[in-house]
Design a protein around this ligand. Structure first.
Ligand code: FAD
Length: 479
């Protein structure tokens, strides 16, 4: 007789989505284990912005203050042409008024470390590169490159844009003729970017890096085939990126691996390509690259794709594994984390991991809740790419409209739409609504029996203690 599967959730990937899910399952008292392919924690990218949508969850977890300590509040986005003339400006303050939470900018490495610190060490295994998965009606197993096999009741594929979990799941579905044809179309990269974060820079030379608030400075190259961006973050560091437009190209797994492991030592900051890219802060991009430790420079692809199939049997995908968006609006990490919240709520609601129907219903609920939001985020990221780096006449027109002509009421309405989805963990005391724009109704847990404590936010130092106790709210409309 075969042994029953461990009642454990396997999480593929210790990225931002996988780690937040681990923290949530820890708080929900659900057994889990994280498997990461690298032999150390690596944080891709240089800067991350997180907006109001995810803040209530950090608040619930008691991590909001810690998050604020590693962040600067984002104030504005400025766009310049190659002559260094400002062609547009977006004010970001409005999110605070609508949601009660600031948009925060942080060094991605700090955010990653914050999450790692809250997952018990023994629950993460490094050097576990997943190559395939196997499913039966009663369990799921991940198979790693070193031959290790790990068995569990559920598997969450949080293993990024080139997800091995997705690939293996899709292979099975395709063989059975059950895969949506759109999911067979490969992702295509439209830009290659080089990015990094400097060491702390001197106030005398870089006063902008020492400002109390963060801003994003976008520069359009003469032909707009290349753009470069700067962000000031906590610790007087400057995050930067330079992106080059390429003909849409699909990369296979091997090419992606090679790209990830590109030879940093041969990287020449004084290369002709970007030596003269100027900035408004009195230096060139080559200067900033020279102030950046070589091992924190990364090369990445800009791609977008919304996958149609997010779950099958005991396996579910989240984050870039099911919706890869352009980084222009800075919403990819945010959406991976929002997925984690909704997946954790769905798993919490399952009364037994042996009931496959219940598992599939839970994952379907997650998909129905998140898919429309992911679709709309992909489309606004595309719009933002047009505004901050587009090259076609339509892009230029969009840029002029959004930055200079769009009526204020549309900006305000967009801000309201953007902050409305602020889900919370259904198994933790809820934080009270803040800001002028109410959050969409929260799906209420059928299982959570505790009193639902309505608290003021923990970032509101005047009102840190619980101010009101309310009984469990009856089930309301699902978002
Ligand atoms: C230049 C750039 C700037 C960005 N800026 C922002 C921003 O400001 N704000 C924002 O919200 N988003 C931003 N993003 C997007 C964001 O980085 C991603 O959307 C986000 O990291 C997705 O999270 P994830 O958890 O789904 O995947 P990832 O963060 O990619 O994590 C996946 C994890 O899985 C591991 N893994 C992969 N394959 C395997 C395997 N076979 N076996 C085991 N482990 C595996 C990886 O090593 C990694 O640790 C940016 C992206 C880029 C490229």
């Amino acid at each position: 007789m075969s042994t029953p599967p461990p009642q454990r959730v396997l999480i593929a990937g210790a990225g931002l989505g996988g780690l937040l899910l681990a923290i949530l399952l820890e708080r929900a008292g659900i057994e889990y284990h994280v498997y990461e392919k690298h032999d150390e924690f690596r944080a891709l990218g240089s800067v991350t912005s997180l907006s109001a949508n995810i803040m209530p969850v950090f608040d619930q977890l008691g991590l909001l203050k810690e998050l604020q300590q590693i962040s600067l509040v984002m104030s504005e986005i400025n766009v310049y042409n190659h002559k260094m003339t400002r062609v547009g400006h977006i004010n970001v303050h409005i999110q605070k008024e609508k949601s009660g939470y600031d948009v925060l900018m942080m060094w991605r490495k700090d955010l990653h470390q914050l999450l790692v610190n809250h997952v018990p060490k023994e629950k993460i295994s490094l050097s576990q590169k997943i190559v395939s998965i196997e499913q039966t009606k009663s369990d799921v197993t991940i198979v790693c490159a070193g031959g290790q096999r790990h068995r569990g009741a559920l598997l969450v594929g949080a293993d990024g844009a080139y997800s091995a979990v997705r690939k293996s799941m899709y292979d099975t579905l395709a063989k059975a003729n059950k895969l949506d044809p759109d999911d067979l179309i490969p992702m295509k990269a439209t830009h290659i970017a080089i990015l990094g974060a400097t060491e702390s820079v001197e106030h005398s030379q870089y006063p902008w890096a020492h400002e109390e608030k963060s801003s994003m400075e976008c520069y359009l190259g003469e032909s707009s085939k290349h753009t470069w961006r700067l962000f000031n973050i906590k610790g007087a560091k400057i995050c930067w990126s330079i992106s080059f437009q390429i003909d849409p190209t699909a990369f296979d797994d091997k090419e992606m691996d090679q790209l990830a492991e590109w030879d940093r030592q041969s990287f020449n900051p004084d290369s002709e390509k970007w030596r003269d890219f100027a900035t408004k802060i009195g230096c060139t991009m080559a200067d900033l690259i020279n102030l950046t430790p070589t091992d924190s420079i990364a090369k990445v692809m800009f791609e977008e794709k919304l996958f149609e199939t997010w779950h099958h049997g005991r396996v579910v995908l989240l984050g870039d594994a099911c919706h890869k968006m352009l980084p222009s609006a800075g919403r990819g990490a945010l959406n991976a984390m929002l997925d984690s919240v909704v997946v954790a709520n769905a798993i919490y609601e399952m009364t037994s991991f042996s009931n496959l129907d219940q598992i599939q219903k839970g994952f379907r609920g997650y998909y129905l809740e998140r898919y429309p939001h992911a679709a709309s985020e992909i489309s606004s990221s595309k719009q933002m790419a047009r505004v901050t780096s587009g090259d076609t006449w339509l892009d230029k027109l969009t840029r002029r409209y959004v930055l200079n002509l769009m009526p204020k009421w549309i900006h305000r309405k967009n801000a309201e739409d953007a902050v409305r989805f602020r889900p919370q963990a259904s198994f933790l005391p809820q934080v009270g609504s803040k800001g002028s724009e109410p959050a969409l109704p929260q799906k209420i847990s059928k299982k959570y029996k505790g009193l639902r404590m309505v608290t003021k936010s923990s970032d509101d130092s005047q009102n840190e203690k619980i101010v009101k106790l309310a009984p469990v709210v009856p089930e309301v409309a699902v978002v």
